[in-house]
Ligand binder design. Structure first.
Ligand SMILES: [Zn+2]
Length: 491
């Protein structure tokens, strides 16, 4: 028998259906849209599940056949034609790849396209149809997936990252590659089952290293490692997608025993349901958060702007927390925020370093106003060398300008492109010392904590700020979610 050949494909995007602007093909081109060997050179060493696929297959002596990879930053749903075009390209590339012994796939799990509410379930089913039932298909998932029956049916195994912030993406890809090896040599026969308890774990409670989620994960771990069980994943869910699958779930893989997989999944589903009250958090308003930060002795305090969670698809320009801080007029304090505003970034580049201008910055509906001095200008490219949430190592936020607000201690970084705060290099690469501030606004929920923990001497505060990613999901209007579903319906 010749050497095994395993194909690698991926299509990743977290789609926020509460945002009107669609994600387009150009958004994939701006991040990742690759075919064939270009995938290997770009991703082989990345702290990403696709990097893990390459590493795991190499270790097993299996030939990796990179086929197709597309990824775009979280934003609105993908436009119909763009999505259909991407899937067509993926399937054509899959056909051209020749005979394969298996496929490793990287969906996000919370992708929505116009006309395809379960976009991942759709494309995975297409892949299954193309390769046939005899070829194993293993897919990784972001635990922010909204798991569907179609995803479960289309794959031999689904393996989600087990951490949030996501720090084990590469390991997850390696686990998938190792399971593929064991299937190909005839060592195991995965049987997969899922449970869908009627609940959605709130985004504020999705930190796997803090309670209540930490103890739920600890309680599940022995079941996922029991004899005859090949693995299991807790799927947290992505609340900003108004789809029927929205919510939390669990998936278990047993060795050649579907009943055993289903029993374990159901048991874990009941465990989640029994603990649901733990996942109904108390929220801190913008006013409460800013005044609580002022009482902290250690600095800086990092305020997590949950309503403008860029990693959840939001606009990255909300000024709500900064405005509240400015209103309090503590001019002896220093605060920092990063805002997406391509118009200001462009204008500042024309004016040059040292210039002072009068203007408005950030959210057009509620901008920061006043006089600003231009401290520095940058190309906006930076590199993260540590494993951080998202599995990115190279970033490009476009034209970047650092502004000082005259008459307050506010420093703003203004970017030409939306950028999620997943790396402290986003500040330090551009001459900003995070520890010189009393207050830092980071636009996210759990993800930024991996990057900011080393400097957050005053701790983190989760802020229930307004926006398309507001933390209290009961205040969003859904049309397609399941009913009943906790926390909307409490029992
Ligand atoms: Zn995620």
């Amino acid at each position: 028998m010749g050497r095994f050949r395993v194909g690698i494909i991926g299509l990743l995007q977290e789609s926020n259906t509460f945002i009107a602007r669609q994600t387009r093909r150009a958004d994939f081109e701006a991040d990742l849209l690759l075919k064939g060997e270009a995938i290997r050179s770009r991703m082989e060493s990345a702290p990403h599940e696709v990097g893990g696929f390459f590493a795991g297959l190499a270790e097993a002596g299996i030939e990796a056949v990179p086929i197709f990879l597309a990824r775009a930053l979280p934003y609105g749903v993908i436009g119909r034609e763009d999505f259909e075009g991407l899937v067509r390209e993926m399937l054509d590339a899959l056909s051209e790849a020749g005979e394969l012994d298996g496929v490793l796939a990287a969906p996000h799990g919370a992708t929505v396209a116009e006309g395809y509410p379960d976009a991942d379930g759709y494309w995975l089913s297409q892949v299954r149809q193309r390769v046939g039932s005899g070829v194993p298909v293993i897919a990784t998932l972001d635990p922010h997936a909204n798991l569907s029956e179609a995803m479960v049916d289309a794959t031999d195994a689904l393996i989600a990252y087990s951490t949030n912030p996501h720090l084990d993406q590469r390991e997850t890809g390696m686990k998938a590659a190792d399971m593929m090896r064991r299937i190909l040599v005839g060592e195991i026969r995965p049987a997969q089952a899922a449970a869908f308890p009627p609940m959605a774990i709130n985004i504020q409670c999705q930190n796997t290293s803090e309670d209540p989620l930490k103890s739920l994960c600890n309680a599940m771990a022995p079941v996922f490692a029991a004899p005859g069980i090949l693995g299991g994943s807790l799927i947290l869910g992505f609340p900003y997608a108004d789809v029927v699958e929205m919510g939390s779930a669990v998936v278990v893989i047993a060795d050649d025993d579907l009943m055993k997989a289903q029993e374990a999944a159901d048991e874990m589903g009941r465990l989640m349901w029994d603990r649901r009250a733990d996942f109904d958090p108390k929220f801190l308003s913008v006013e409460e958060a800013v005044s609580r930060a002022a009482t902290r002795l250690e600095r800086p305090v990092v305020l997590l702007d949950m309503g403008d969670n860029v990693g959840g698809g939001s606009p990255a320009d909300s000024t709500a927390i900064v405005q509240e801080w400015l209103k309090r007029g503590r001019s002896e304090e220093r605060a920092f925020a990063c805002l997406f505003d391509p118009r200001v970034a462009g204008r500042a580049c024309e004016l040059g370093v040292g210039a002072v201008f009068e203007g408005v910055v950030g959210d057009p509906a509620d901008p920061v106003t006043g006089r600003f001095s231009i401290e520095s200008l940058h190309e906006g490219k930076f590199v993260e060398t540590m494993a951080r949430h998202g599995g990115f190592s190279e970033f490009d936020q476009g034209k970047t300008v650092v502004l000082r607000h005259q008459g307050s201690g506010l420093t703003l970084m203004v970017t030409e492109r939306r950028m999620a705060p997943f790396s402290l290099s986003q500040l330090t690469s551009f001459g900003i010392d995070p520890e010189s501030f009393d207050l830092i606004v980071a636009k996210g929920v759990i993800a930024p904590m991996a990057a900011y923990a080393p400097v957050a001497k005053g701790g983190f505060l989760h802020v229930d700020s307004p926006g398309v990613t507001r933390a209290d999901m009961t205040r969003l209007s859904y049309r397609n979610r399941r009913i009943p579903l906790f926390p909307f319906e409490k029992d």
